[in-house]
Write a protein that binds this ligand. Structure first.
Ligand code: FAD
Length: 473
């Protein structure tokens, strides 16, 4: 039977049964149509606000499958999308009616402890990489929630508890294997296809499909000191003030994240605060455990904390401490800014808008990222934003579509109110579905954006990889 798929330029493309059969014959992994078992599970992603249906899903089992998928896309002029961990808030992993090239079966990780490098396939989650590297007391610079995909995170920048010491995730990539828009397999590094290597370190999914990443590893743990301290919401201004002072002077091994939300019914929080506003500081000290206690002591003396679970724990456990707050299948809407510092008015606005949260799951987060990333030269990687010290993330999260308008409205209000506190820059990976050209421009310096556009012309002149935060000339 002929199937119809979405074409690159909005036109429907008929694929006769024998052509589809020929594709399936050269493709090793499952090729799923809408009627096949597993189709729905694979097309559904973390953010339930995105409910798109591709026409076909090609589940890659290796680089050869990615090559075949790109050839198929090129040959028939198809719209396609690339799925890594499926965590992109804008739902870039899923296109309507086209071919979803699904990388999520590719989850191998190989660690070379002597060279302190890890090779990770592009379908890995952060947890997959932490699990293997921590066997050797090593870690890659990754993000805060273990189910997030390494691929989208790395090609769009990437920050986490190790960023203060080592920069963006993409600043710590040594090489990648890439399938380009001509279905050629390329190795990219400082010495091979260096311009494409540069573009892939922050330029998003615009330049090719990465099949594996080689990460520089750093010694961490396996035991670190970390966890969270929580206070009642009424103490938010005082705690944010202390967070500003504390984070400005804390050594780079110590990263803190302020979270303002309603207390979830988590066992570490006393029952009397459940459902009430709280502020929590998540802390991770990735240096010598003996030094951590003294550094964290002043925070423990601040006001009257309602909970304190900062303790010695495995680094891999720290890396999944926030997981339960971000389940797949809720409705999510984010807005974000980079901040050069935390001013008095930022504290006031954050506390005020936290007080207006509309859902038990929404939060305002302030991630400290200041440190190594500020020291790299401008243009080192397009993730750039080397003036950023904090990420302000206004994270709406709720369950029913009837509540969409209220929660989206809350996030937008807070975003507009805090706009004046921003560097003007933003994080590509936190952009929502409707954030277009002006926000993509805000994610890069003008020089880097021009360079990215020129590289797009060089490596993907037909804009095959357009189901991205698209950079065009
Ligand atoms: C709960 C949660 C926590 C997060 N925490 C952090 C964090 O701590 N730090 C941080 O920096 N970011 C964080 N993010 C943002 C995250 O970096 C982005 O959502 C990122 O896009 C996720 O990557 P993914 O592979 O899961 O995405 P997907 O949705 O699978 O893919 C997103 C896009 O990435 C590109 N892409 C995917 N795979 C490939 C590939 N193999 N080759 C080329 N391009 C590809 C494509 O353009 C694709 O459309 C978080 C997101 C969520 C939802």
């Amino acid at each position: 039977m002929t199937i119809t798929l979405a074409g690159l330029n909005g036109k429907a493309v008929d694929i006769p049964a024998d052509v589809l059969q020929a594709f399936k014959a050269v493709f090793n992994g499952p090729v799923l149509g809408p009627e096949d078992p597993g189709f729905d599970d694979t097309r559904k992603i973390w953010n339930a606000m995105i409910d798109r249906r591709p026409g076909l899903i090609a589940r890659c089992t290796g680089t050869a499958d990615v090559v075949q998928a790109v050839r198929f896309v090129r040959q028939h002029g198809l719209l396609s999308s690339v799925r890594g961990g499926g965590h992109n808030i804008a739902g870039l992993a899923v296109c309507t009616g086209g071919l979803m090239i699904d990388m999520s079966l590719l989850r191998g990780v190989w660690v070379d402890p002597a060279r302190r490098v890890a090779q990770a396939q592009a379908g890995c989650t952060l947890g997959d990489v932490d699990r293997e590297t921590q066997v050797h007391g090593l870690a890659a610079v990754l993000g805060f929630v273990s189910a997030t995909g390494i691929a989208g995170l790395t090609v769009g920048g990437g920050f986490g508890y190790l960023t203060r010491s080592h920069g963006w995730t993409c600043d710590n990539v040594l090489s990648m294997e890439v399938v380009n828009a001509d279905a050629q397999v390329l190795r990219v590094s400082e010495t091979e296809n260096a311009d494409l290597f540069w573009a892939l370190r922050g330029g998003g999914g615009n330049f090719g499909i990465v099949t594996s990443f080689e990460y520089r590893l750093v010694p961490v743990g396996p035991e670190i000191v970390g966890g969270a301290i929580a206070w009642r919401g009424e103490d938010a201004r005082q705690v944010l003030d202390a967070f500003r002072e504390f984070s400005a002077t804390a050594p780079r091994e110590l990263t803190s994240v302020a979270v303002l939300r309603m207390a979830p019914p988590a066992p570490w929080l006393p029952k009397e605060v459940h459902g009430k506003p709280i502020i929590a500081l998540f802390l991770c000290h990735s240096g010598k455990v003996e030094e951590a206690e003294a550094l964290i002591a002043p925070l423990r003396k601040l006001g009257r904390p309602v909970a304190d679970i900062v303790t010695r724990r495995p680094y891999a456990q720290m890396q999944s401490l926030l997981d339960a707050t971000q389940p797949k299948g809720r409705r999510y809407y984010w807005k974000s800014h980079y901040l050069a510092g935390i001013e008095g008015r930022t504290i006031e606005l954050v506390a005020e808008h936290a007080g207006r949260i509309r859902s038990p799951f929404s939060a305002i987060l302030l991630f400290q990222i200041q440190g190594a990333l500020n020291e790299r030269p401008a243009g080192y990687s397009p993730a750039g934003n080397r003036d950023a010290a904090y990420v302000l993330n206004i994270a709406g999260s709720w369950e029913n579509d009837a509540d969409d308008a209220a929660n989206v409205g809350w996030a937008r209000d807070c975003f507009e109110a805090t706009r004046a506190c921003s560097t003007g820059g933003t994080y590509l990976n936190f952009l929502t579905e409707e954030e277009g050209r002006d926000r993509i421009e805000a994610a890069y310096s003008p020089a880097d954006l021009n360079k990215l556009a020129a590289l797009k012309r060089k490596y993907d002149p037909d804009n095959v990889f357009r189901h991205t935060k698209n950079i065009t000339a």
